[in-house]
Design a protein around this ligand. Structure first.
Ligand code: SAM
Length: 224
Protein backbone atom coordinates (compact mmCIF):
# COMPACT_ATOMS: atom_id res chain seq x y z
CA UNK A 1 0.00 0.00 0.00
CA UNK A 2 1.42 3.43 -0.90
CA UNK A 3 1.47 6.45 1.45
CA UNK A 4 -1.61 8.04 -0.11
CA UNK A 5 -3.67 4.88 0.35
CA UNK A 6 -2.45 4.54 3.94
CA UNK A 7 -3.39 8.18 4.57
CA UNK A 8 -6.90 7.64 3.16
CA UNK A 9 -7.32 4.57 5.36
CA UNK A 10 -6.25 6.52 8.46
CA UNK A 11 -8.75 9.29 7.64
CA UNK A 12 -11.55 6.73 7.16
CA UNK A 13 -10.66 5.23 10.55
CA UNK A 14 -10.81 8.66 12.28
CA UNK A 15 -14.14 9.39 10.56
CA UNK A 16 -15.59 6.06 11.69
CA UNK A 17 -14.65 6.95 15.29
CA UNK A 18 -16.37 10.38 14.94
CA UNK A 19 -13.07 12.09 15.63
CA UNK A 20 -13.00 13.63 12.16
CA UNK A 21 -16.30 15.27 11.21
CA UNK A 22 -15.67 18.63 9.54
CA UNK A 23 -15.15 18.53 5.75
CA UNK A 24 -12.32 21.10 5.84
CA UNK A 25 -10.42 19.15 8.52
CA UNK A 26 -10.94 15.89 6.60
CA UNK A 27 -9.55 17.55 3.46
CA UNK A 28 -6.54 18.90 5.37
CA UNK A 29 -5.76 15.46 6.84
CA UNK A 30 -5.95 13.98 3.33
CA UNK A 31 -3.69 16.66 1.87
CA UNK A 32 -0.80 16.84 4.35
CA UNK A 33 1.79 14.05 3.86
CA UNK A 34 2.54 13.06 7.48
CA UNK A 35 5.36 10.76 6.32
CA UNK A 36 7.35 13.86 5.29
CA UNK A 37 7.33 15.10 8.90
CA UNK A 38 8.69 11.99 10.65
CA UNK A 39 12.27 10.66 10.68
CA UNK A 40 13.11 8.48 7.63
CA UNK A 41 13.23 5.28 9.70
CA UNK A 42 9.68 5.91 10.98
CA UNK A 43 8.11 6.64 7.57
CA UNK A 44 6.41 3.25 7.37
CA UNK A 45 4.60 4.00 10.68
CA UNK A 46 3.52 7.52 9.67
CA UNK A 47 -0.12 6.54 9.09
CA UNK A 48 -0.64 4.58 12.30
CA UNK A 49 -2.76 6.46 14.81
CA UNK A 50 0.06 6.82 17.32
CA UNK A 51 2.67 9.35 18.44
CA UNK A 52 6.19 8.87 17.05
CA UNK A 53 9.60 9.94 18.27
CA UNK A 54 11.14 12.93 16.44
CA UNK A 55 14.34 13.09 18.53
CA UNK A 56 15.46 15.08 21.61
CA UNK A 57 12.88 13.19 23.69
CA UNK A 58 10.01 14.82 21.77
CA UNK A 59 7.13 13.40 19.72
CA UNK A 60 4.82 14.11 16.83
CA UNK A 61 1.34 13.68 18.36
CA UNK A 62 -1.03 10.89 17.33
CA UNK A 63 -3.18 11.87 14.31
CA UNK A 64 -6.43 11.62 16.33
CA UNK A 65 -5.07 14.36 18.63
CA UNK A 66 -4.19 16.61 15.66
CA UNK A 67 -7.67 16.04 14.24
CA UNK A 68 -9.42 16.74 17.56
CA UNK A 69 -7.52 19.96 18.18
CA UNK A 70 -8.17 21.22 14.62
CA UNK A 71 -11.89 20.47 14.99
CA UNK A 72 -12.23 22.13 18.41
CA UNK A 73 -10.32 25.22 17.27
CA UNK A 74 -12.85 25.69 14.46
CA UNK A 75 -10.07 26.89 12.14
CA UNK A 76 -11.31 29.02 9.24
CA UNK A 77 -9.88 30.66 6.13
CA UNK A 78 -8.18 33.90 7.12
CA UNK A 79 -7.49 32.94 10.76
CA UNK A 80 -4.23 34.04 12.32
CA UNK A 81 -2.98 31.11 14.39
CA UNK A 82 -0.29 30.72 17.05
CA UNK A 83 1.01 27.22 17.78
CA UNK A 84 3.24 26.61 20.78
CA UNK A 85 5.32 23.46 20.28
CA UNK A 86 6.21 23.11 16.58
CA UNK A 87 7.75 19.65 17.00
CA UNK A 88 7.80 18.13 13.52
CA UNK A 89 5.82 20.95 11.88
CA UNK A 90 3.00 18.55 10.88
CA UNK A 91 0.27 20.19 12.96
CA UNK A 92 1.33 23.63 11.69
CA UNK A 93 0.95 22.32 8.11
CA UNK A 94 -2.57 21.05 8.92
CA UNK A 95 -3.46 24.48 10.34
CA UNK A 96 -2.05 26.13 7.20
CA UNK A 97 -4.28 23.93 5.01
CA UNK A 98 -7.27 25.17 7.00
CA UNK A 99 -6.52 28.89 7.29
CA UNK A 100 -4.78 29.40 3.94
CA UNK A 101 -6.15 26.81 1.50
CA UNK A 102 -4.97 26.99 -2.13
CA UNK A 103 -6.52 29.81 -4.21
CA UNK A 104 -8.19 31.53 -1.25
CA UNK A 105 -8.57 35.30 -1.54
CA UNK A 106 -8.26 35.64 2.22
CA UNK A 107 -5.22 33.65 3.40
CA UNK A 108 -4.54 33.41 7.13
CA UNK A 109 -1.16 32.59 8.63
CA UNK A 110 0.35 30.22 11.18
CA UNK A 111 3.08 31.29 13.61
CA UNK A 112 4.65 28.36 15.42
CA UNK A 113 7.24 28.39 18.21
CA UNK A 114 9.66 25.59 19.15
CA UNK A 115 12.16 25.66 22.04
CA UNK A 116 14.60 23.15 20.48
CA UNK A 117 16.58 24.85 17.71
CA UNK A 118 17.27 21.55 15.91
CA UNK A 119 13.55 20.65 15.80
CA UNK A 120 12.65 24.17 14.61
CA UNK A 121 15.21 23.77 11.81
CA UNK A 122 13.95 20.30 10.83
CA UNK A 123 10.34 21.52 10.84
CA UNK A 124 11.26 24.45 8.60
CA UNK A 125 12.87 22.03 6.13
CA UNK A 126 9.84 19.71 6.11
CA UNK A 127 7.44 22.64 5.67
CA UNK A 128 9.54 23.88 2.74
CA UNK A 129 9.67 20.45 1.12
CA UNK A 130 5.89 20.09 1.35
CA UNK A 131 5.13 23.64 0.14
CA UNK A 132 3.87 25.26 3.36
CA UNK A 133 6.79 27.62 3.99
CA UNK A 134 4.91 30.77 2.91
CA UNK A 135 1.91 30.07 5.14
CA UNK A 136 3.85 29.05 8.27
CA UNK A 137 6.49 31.04 10.16
CA UNK A 138 8.65 28.91 12.47
CA UNK A 139 10.17 30.72 15.44
CA UNK A 140 12.85 29.33 17.75
CA UNK A 141 12.16 30.39 21.35
CA UNK A 142 10.08 30.04 24.52
CA UNK A 143 6.47 29.75 23.38
CA UNK A 144 5.10 30.32 26.89
CA UNK A 145 5.79 34.00 26.21
CA UNK A 146 3.62 33.82 23.10
CA UNK A 147 4.67 35.94 20.11
CA UNK A 148 3.52 39.49 20.92
CA UNK A 149 4.90 40.94 17.68
CA UNK A 150 2.07 39.40 15.60
CA UNK A 151 -0.66 39.32 18.29
CA UNK A 152 -3.60 39.12 18.62
CA UNK A 153 -4.38 35.64 17.30
CA UNK A 154 -7.78 34.22 16.36
CA UNK A 155 -6.76 30.77 17.57
CA UNK A 156 -3.95 29.49 19.81
CA UNK A 157 -2.98 25.84 20.17
CA UNK A 158 -0.51 24.55 22.71
CA UNK A 159 0.85 21.10 21.92
CA UNK A 160 2.78 20.44 25.14
CA UNK A 161 1.33 20.03 28.65
CA UNK A 162 1.08 23.26 30.62
CA UNK A 163 0.91 23.57 34.45
CA UNK A 164 -1.88 26.17 34.00
CA UNK A 165 -4.87 26.35 31.68
CA UNK A 166 -3.90 29.81 30.37
CA UNK A 167 -0.22 30.77 30.51
CA UNK A 168 -0.40 34.45 31.49
CA UNK A 169 1.05 36.08 28.33
CA UNK A 170 -1.47 34.25 26.16
CA UNK A 171 -4.49 35.94 27.80
CA UNK A 172 -3.89 39.19 25.95
CA UNK A 173 -2.61 37.59 22.76
CA UNK A 174 -5.97 35.95 21.98
CA UNK A 175 -8.64 38.09 20.25
CA UNK A 176 -12.01 38.65 21.88
CA UNK A 177 -14.04 35.62 20.75
CA UNK A 178 -10.84 33.64 20.08
CA UNK A 179 -10.24 30.01 21.03
CA UNK A 180 -7.34 28.41 22.91
CA UNK A 181 -6.84 24.64 22.89
CA UNK A 182 -4.38 23.41 25.52
CA UNK A 183 -3.44 20.29 27.50
CA UNK A 184 -2.93 21.16 31.17
CA UNK A 185 -2.12 19.22 34.32
CA UNK A 186 0.95 17.53 35.75
CA UNK A 187 4.37 17.24 34.15
CA UNK A 188 4.21 13.47 34.12
CA UNK A 189 1.37 12.61 31.79
CA UNK A 190 -1.76 13.12 33.92
CA UNK A 191 -3.41 15.92 31.98
CA UNK A 192 -6.67 17.04 30.38
CA UNK A 193 -7.31 18.75 27.09
CA UNK A 194 -9.19 22.06 27.43
CA UNK A 195 -10.94 24.26 24.90
CA UNK A 196 -11.14 27.83 26.17
CA UNK A 197 -13.15 30.64 24.59
CA UNK A 198 -12.36 34.26 25.35
CA UNK A 199 -15.26 36.67 25.74
CA UNK A 200 -14.18 40.09 26.99
CA UNK A 201 -12.36 39.43 30.26
CA UNK A 202 -14.02 36.02 30.67
CA UNK A 203 -12.46 32.71 29.69
CA UNK A 204 -14.97 29.84 29.38
CA UNK A 205 -13.22 26.53 29.72
CA UNK A 206 -14.47 23.08 28.64
CA UNK A 207 -12.66 19.90 29.66
CA UNK A 208 -12.56 17.53 26.68
CA UNK A 209 -10.68 14.38 27.68
CA UNK A 210 -7.64 12.95 29.48
CA UNK A 211 -4.42 13.22 27.44
CA UNK A 212 -0.67 12.53 27.60
CA UNK A 213 1.62 15.24 26.28
CA UNK A 214 5.31 16.03 26.79
CA UNK A 215 5.75 19.01 29.16
CA UNK A 216 5.71 22.66 28.20
CA UNK A 217 9.08 23.91 29.43
CA UNK A 218 9.57 27.65 29.84
CA UNK A 219 9.07 30.81 31.88
CA UNK A 220 5.29 30.26 32.21
CA UNK A 221 5.51 26.46 31.91
CA UNK A 222 7.40 23.79 33.87
CA UNK A 223 11.05 24.09 34.84
CA UNK A 224 13.35 21.94 32.71
N1 SAM B 1 2.75 19.91 17.22
C1 SAM B 1 3.84 19.01 17.09
C2 SAM B 1 3.84 18.24 15.79
O1 SAM B 1 2.95 18.43 14.96
O2 SAM B 1 4.79 17.48 15.60
C3 SAM B 1 4.02 18.07 18.25
C4 SAM B 1 4.50 18.77 19.44
S1 SAM B 1 5.33 17.84 20.64
C5 SAM B 1 4.07 16.87 21.33
C6 SAM B 1 5.59 19.17 21.81
C7 SAM B 1 6.67 20.15 21.40
O3 SAM B 1 6.62 21.26 22.28
C8 SAM B 1 8.09 19.58 21.52
O4 SAM B 1 8.73 19.67 20.28
C9 SAM B 1 8.74 20.47 22.57
O5 SAM B 1 10.12 20.68 22.35
C10 SAM B 1 7.94 21.74 22.42
N2 SAM B 1 7.97 22.66 23.57
C11 SAM B 1 7.93 22.38 24.89
N3 SAM B 1 7.97 23.53 25.61
C12 SAM B 1 8.03 24.55 24.71
C13 SAM B 1 8.07 25.97 24.82
N4 SAM B 1 8.08 26.61 25.99
N5 SAM B 1 8.11 26.69 23.68
C14 SAM B 1 8.12 26.10 22.47
N6 SAM B 1 8.10 24.77 22.31
C15 SAM B 1 8.03 24.00 23.42
Amino acid sequence: MNFEEKRKRLVENLKSRDILTKPNVIKAMLNVPRHKFVPKDAESSAYLDSPLSIGLGQTISAPHMNAMMCEFLDLKEGDKVLEIGTGSGYHAALCAELVAPKNTKNPGHVYTIERHEKLAHNAKMSLKETGYEYDVTVIHGDGTLGFPKEAPYDKILVTAASPTKIPLPLRDQLVDGGILCIPAGSKSFSQNLYVIQKSGDTFDSTKITGVRFVPLIGKYGFES
